[in-house]
Design a protein around this ligand. Structure first.
Ligand code: ATP
Ligand code: MG
Length: 627
């Protein structure tokens, strides 16, 4: 239960609702317990009428009213209602007795109904407080988890898969909610109801109470085992189901690849396997679920039979009134669900515990990249380089691949720096380190003369524009995808950014222009269009330093020229542009050439060409390809 204790502050936050809920639980159960006594007392009254009036009358004697031992409440009510029953004299005719019996029955029925109406009202209020509380806590938890997702660094996301992370926020939270809502509600309900019912039962007849309650704990135990089994099996079913859905999702998303490789039949066969596995799991589950109700009915039936049998003997022995047997039967039924819920709730709590552990593990994960609340650019430091790498080495912890070895370079304000090199040489890694997506194991990186670690991340990223190598666009309008770079960007800024990125005309050719939806239910863009929208997203914030990671690879030369000019004309910016295509780096003041994680050459394009090293080789190769 330790993990669940972590929820106490959240419960405490909504203590008002919980307390009200408890009060409502008590009221609900008071009326639930009161209602069956109407039945019991009603039967008793009829029985009295029979023994004291009808039997004596049939034997020719004259009955008297004081022999009639009506429940006090009823007699009182009868009087106050002004129910004149022949001046409260003894009934002299059979009709008068039947008249009396009818009245008693009608009154009891009305009270019984009223009790249930009031009980229903209170149980509605119970749900409105306790279940609502659990929903509020669920909301808080989800917000906390999502907030934590936002601060964790990219290495965390490499270690965990998306499905697992989605589960934390949906399934695990909903298990915890089941503990906060139903589990707490039913537990309170059980305690209050058992206390009330057992008190009433004991006050009527302790011996019968013992027999009536005997089978119920066995029911709790049985339900617990069945519930635990059901949970296990439904987890297995759940997993099989997600496999089926992710299979279908993947194959629908990749339907073009699937069809062009002519793999439909193979896919159908694998789908068949997946659904068969799912079917087996479902049937497995259904078998256990099918035992749930019969077990309850069996044990409640047993309880009822015991009540009637033992109760009957007690009535014959003169220890009990006939009506109380009826009352007990009602109580046994009333206790059915609470006792069944003991087993159910126990397994809910176990599940919630496991889920809460997972949630806590996740909330305890600290981001590898931390930043101070304040700190950033110091004025008057413009003389220092805009960006400086000093002996930086980086090894990807999950693969052990050393991507950078002792990399040092500077990017001066106003400079246009290019990085090129073969695939896998570490170019993207340089940009990711400059964006502080991770901290280097060795060496230092500084921005405006201030080490990255001393920058507040928000302040730092406000100044940086980054166009990643893999384009990611949200399923949203084109306009909002561009404006994403700068939360408060207006239409004019978005249009200008699109213009600079050379994609404005393309966008305006769409029927809905900047309001065109992208993604699953929207249009599909060409690779080059996507790249340019991704560039516009970085340009819209007019960054001081722009990082471009091979983002012109799918753009034709003419458009590339226009974009490069626009970037060149950006005010007070310096750029760090990665490209494996040397032609894209023609505006660069200086180019760094990387190979196997190291900078092997650097200089102006002409110098590099003259040096006859890796750059010159790449140049020749690319020229030959073009020719
Ligand atoms: P390209 O021109 O193909 O984009 P690149 O120069 O950008 O290549 P990087 O992406 O920086 O190369 O990768 C450098 C090395 O680091 C490669 O060997 C790659 O396998 C490895 N690497 C890159 N990203 C990761 C990662 N997330 N986890 C583990 N290893 C990685
Ligand atoms: Mg790369």
């Amino acid at each position: 239960m330790k993990a669940l204790l972590a929820l106490n502050p959240l419960i405490w936050k909504y203590r008002g609702r919980l307390f009200l809920g408890m009060v409502f639980v008590v009221f609900t159960n008071m009326f639930a317990v009161w209602a069956p006594s109407m039945i019991g007392e009603g039967v008793n009254a009829l029985n009295e009428a029979n023994t004291h009036f009808l039997v004596p009358m049939a034997e020719g004697q004259s009955p008297t009213l004081d022999q009639l031992d009506l429940p006090r409440t009823l007699a009182f009510l009868a009087k106050t209602l002004g129910w004149a029953w022949q001046g409260l004299d003894a009934p002299t005719s059979r009709e008068a007795v039947l008249h009396f019996v009818l009245w008693v029955g009608a009154l009891q029925a009305v009270f019984y109904l009223l009790a249930f109406l009031v009980k229903g009202g209170f149980s509605f209020l119970t749900r409105q407080t306790i279940i609502v509380m659990s929903r509020l806590v669920e909301y808080d938890l989800k917000r906390d988890i999502y907030g934590h997702y936002q601060v964790l660094d990219s290495s965390f996301y490499k270690r965990h898969d998306t499905g697992d992370l989605m589960n934390r926020i949906s399934e695990d939270v909903s298990h915890v909610r089941m503990y906060l809502g139903p589990a707490i509600m039913y537990s309170m309900n059980l305690v209050v109801l058992v206390a009330l019912v057992v008190t009433v039962m004991l006050s009527i007849d302790p011996v019968l109470t013992l027999f009536a309650l005997l089978p119920l704990p066995f029911m709790s135990l049985g339900i617990y085992f069945i519930s635990a089994n059901i949970h296990r099996k439904s987890d297995a079913r759940q997993k099989a189901q997600s496999r089926v859905s992710s299979f279908v999702q993947q194959h629908i998303a990749g339907i073009r690849v699937l069809k062009s490789f002519n793999r439909e039949r193979d896919a159908a066969k694998r789908f068949d396997d997946e659904t068969t596995a799912y079917k087996v799991r479902v049937l497995d589950l259904v078998k256990v679920e099918a035992m749930f109700m019969p077990l309850i009915v069996l044990l409640v039936g047993l309880s009822t039979i015991l009540t009637i049998y033992v109760g009957g003997q007690r009535v014959v022995g003169g220890h009990l009134d006939l009506g109380h047997i009826f009352q007990f039967v009602f109580y046994v039924n009333l206790l059915t669900w609470p006792f069944a819920s003991v087993g159910w709730v126990t397994s809910l709590v176990q599940k919630a515990e496991a889920s809460m552990n997972r949630i806590l593990d996740f909330l305890d994960a600290t981001p590898a990249v931390m930043s101070p609340d304040k700190g950033g650019r110091k004025d008057g430091l413009s003389a220092s380089p805009a960006l400086e790498f000093d002996g930086v080495s980086w090894t990807y912890p999950d693969t052990g691949i050393q991507a950078l070895k002792d990399v040092s370079f500077t990017l001066q304000a106003g400079e246009n720096l290019g990085i090129t090199g073969r695939t896998g040489s570490g170019k993207s890694t340089v940009l990711q380190l400059a964006m502080r997506m991770m901290d280097p194991q060795e060496g230092h990186i500084s921005l405006d003369g201030t080490p990255l670690q001393a920058w507040n991340l928000d302040a730092m990223k406000r100044d940086l524009g980054y166009v990643p190598q893999d384009v990611f666009l949200f399923s949203d309008t084109i306009g909002r995808n561009i404006a994403f770079g700068q939360g408060d960007a207006d239409d004019q800024m978005v249009r200008q950014a699109a213009q600079d990125a050379g994609v404005r005309e393309d966008i305006e050719r769409f029927e809905h222009g900047f309001d065109t939806m992208l993604g699953e239910r929207g249009v599909n863009l060409s690779g080059g269009q996507k790249q340019r929208i991704s560039i516009a997203r970085a340009l819209v914030k007019t960054p001081r330093i722009l990082f471009l990671d091979d983002c012109l690879s799918a753009v034709d030369t003419e458009t590339e020229d226009a974009i490069l000019d626009a970037i060149e004309n950006q005010e007070a910016s310096c750029t760090l542009m990665v490209s494996h295509r040397l032609a894209s780096l023609r505006n660069a003041d200086r180019i760094l050439v990387m190979d196997e994680g190291q900078i092997v050459e650097s200089g102006t394009p002409d110098e590099l060409l003259a040096a006859g090293g890796l750059y010159a080789t790449m140049f020749e190769q690319q020229k030959a390809e073009q020719d």
